[in-house]
Ligand binder design. Structure first.
Ligand code: FAD
Length: 103
């Protein structure tokens, strides 16, 4: 069975899924930001600016296997994902973890 997995979105859900799946599959994580943002620390970061950098975790350290592509998915289909840049990532499986917005 082919094991190429594209995970779209590197928030809490996508980062956890990518890290777990990378143990057994060829994972590509697609995320526009260059670092995971630990949102739960945002309020402390606002009132304690010298601590603010603590809520950012660069994606380069996330996966021991697989890769992280900095970009935004424009469309997905059964064969993979196409980024806004035009880059194409072929995948056998997709994980859509793009979160939601409060409004
Ligand atoms: C300020 C703040 C504080 C919070 N504090 C808490 C707390 O204390 N406790 C708690 O339980 N919850 C808290 N939350 C809520 C929590 O952050 C969310 O429930 C959680 O982030 C949802 O995780 P997720 O993985 O579903 O989505 P997200 O974490 O939103 O991740 C989605 C990711 O997808 C990426 N993405 C979106 N579109 C695309 C695309 N087209 N292509 C590629 N990537 C894309 C985004 O850049 C993002 O990184 C807080 C939220 C905020 C904003």
């Amino acid at each position: 069975m082919s094991r190429a997995v594209a995970v779209i979105g590197g928030g809490y859900g996508g980062a956890a899924a990518a890290k777990a799946l990378a143990e057994e599959a060829d994972v590509v994580l697609v995320e526009p930001k260059d670092a995971f943002v630990h949102a739960a620390g945002s309020l402390r970061a606002l009132v304690q600016p010298d601590w603010a950098s603590s809520i950012f975790f660069p994606y380069g350290r996330l996966l021991s296997r697989g890769r992280v592509v900095q970009g935004r998915a424009a469309s997905v289909d059964p064969r993979g994902v196409t980024l806004e840049s035009g880059e194409r990532i072929e995948a056998d499986h997709l994980v859509l973890a793009t979160g939601s917005r409060y409004p």
